[in-house]
Design a binder for this molecule. Structure first.
Ligand SMILES: [Zn+2]
Length: 416
């Protein structure tokens, strides 16, 4: 078959798929295919469930993850290091720029946007050619960036393959200079967390935030050798418990022991992998023990936000776990007292953890001493670092912090 004829057939087939498929993501894949840009693997990514495995029934909505880079923007400059395709989702308008340059993106008002010379009220896609990166806000992206009109603003959402997404998560959730086995444990935890998140996405435009609301992400374009080794070396591997994915929470430092997920979020059902684990390898970190002061005003503002006004008199630990992590604090002011979840207090005031070992209300400030950094659920990253330095591999690390969990490889039916 002549190459031109083959391309035309691909075009016709792709447009047929496009016409039949309702979800916008399928349409976008087809649009890409229609331009002859897509690799055939991407079109055949419908997983083939294996009936004997309960996990096979679960299917993330797509292997491409959609990451919200920014919302409600009025303007943006997006650099492209090589050839880039610019098109509306239904391909009624399209063009390409072959040389490196910078594209100006503007909200025109009334639901319209302009990208370079193209104006539209529909989503516009920037698709980098192979080996081209899109650079926005100093971060490099190798996936497609969707510019989605939203009233007088627009959202920026990257569509990237799951494994590429992980290249852009690991260096910001754990240092790329850390031992490989710790990075591999992080790769499996982050992959599992991502796939679990995909099971219950509600937003029609994106699956994941690019910050702590999901996982830190600054683009998969800048690739570190160690990170690539960790992600590629665990390709498709996830953690399961009773054949189900679970939220593989992780945090910086547990202060010598992690806790049951219910201590942090009482509404969550506890499962064995999230029921707490010992940690003997995190004391090398400066997060292990800390002291800090916060202003009385900060505490009073938080108290006010939960309905307790007045000037601060005392704070007491109302309840704590066996590892010493406070689950509830009682705040007393001149107007009364209130018992609050420590996790919420921590997020509002910035104390490093709820493993509080000393607490005193002083004239102008509240003084804390404590252990650990973060919520203390799931994998302790400093502990993983310590275990890796002690010669433990990533499987041992994961077994320690998620007891009772199993590693499964999903490559077969997710096409990862
Ligand atoms: Zn720890």
């Amino acid at each position: 078959m002549k190459p031109l004829l083959r391309l035309n057939l691909l075009l016709i087939c792709s447009l047929l798929i496009c016409a039949c498929a309702a979800p916008s993501k399928r349409a976008s894949v087809s649009a890409q295919a229609a331009k002859g840009q897509i690799d055939s693997a991407a079109l055949s990514r419908t997983p083939e469930p294996q009936a004997q495995d309960p996990l096979a029934k679960r299917r993330p909505r797509d292997l491409t993850v959609r990451i919200l880079l920014a919302e409600k923007q009025k303007s943006a400059l997006i650099k492209h290091t090589g050839k880039v395709y610019i098109y509306t989702l239904n391909l009624d308008k399209k063009y390409k720029i072959s040389a490196p340059g910078t594209l100006s993106v503007k909200a025109l008002g009334g639901g319209k946007i302009q990208v370079g010379t193209l104006q539209s009220a529909k989503t516009i896609v920037l698709e980098p050619a192979l080996n081209t990166l899109l650079v926005w806000n100093k971060n490099s992206y190798s996936g497609k960036i969707y510019i989605i009109p939203a009233g007088n603003t627009f959202h920026l959402v990257e569509h990237a393959p799951l494994e590429t997404y992980l290249y852009g998560v690991l260096p910001y959730e754990m240092s790329y200079s850390w031992p490989l086995e710790a990075l591999k444990a992080q790769a499996v935890a982050a992959r599992t967390y991502t796939l679990k998140t995909l099971e219950s996405v509600k937003n029609q435009n994106f699956d994941l935030f690019s910050d702590v609301r999901s996982q830190m992400y600054k683009g998969g374009g800048k690739q570190y050798d160690s990170v690539k080794k960790a992600v590629d070396g665990t390709r498709g591997e996830v953690l399961t418990y009773q054949d189900k994915l679970f939220f593989t929470y992780y945090h910086a430092n547990c202060g010598g022991g992690t806790d049951d997920v219910r201590s942090w979020n009482p509404g969550t059902a506890s499962i064995k992998p999230l029921s707490g684990a010992s940690c003997k390898t995190d004391s090398h970190s400066k997060s292990y023990k800390w002291q800090m002061s916060i202003s009385r005003a900060k505490v009073e503002n938080y108290a006010k936000s939960v309905g307790l006004s007045g000037s601060l008199k005392s704070i007491k630990i109302a309840r704590k776990t066996d590892t010493g992590r406070a689950t509830n604090l009682t705040i007393r002011t001149s107007k009364g007292s209130k018992t609050v979840p420590c996790g919420k207090f921590r997020l509002a005031t910035g104390i490093r953890s709820c493993k509080i070992t000393k607490l005193s209300v002083r004239k102008k400030e509240v003084y804390f001493e404590g252990k650990g950094y973060g919520h203390g659920i799931g994998m302790c990253q400093d502990g993983a670092h310590g275990m890796a330095q002690d010669g433990k591999n990533y499987k041992k690390i994961l077994k320690n912090y998620y007891p009772g969990s199993e590693i499964k490889n999903l490559s077969n039916y997710y096409g990862i």
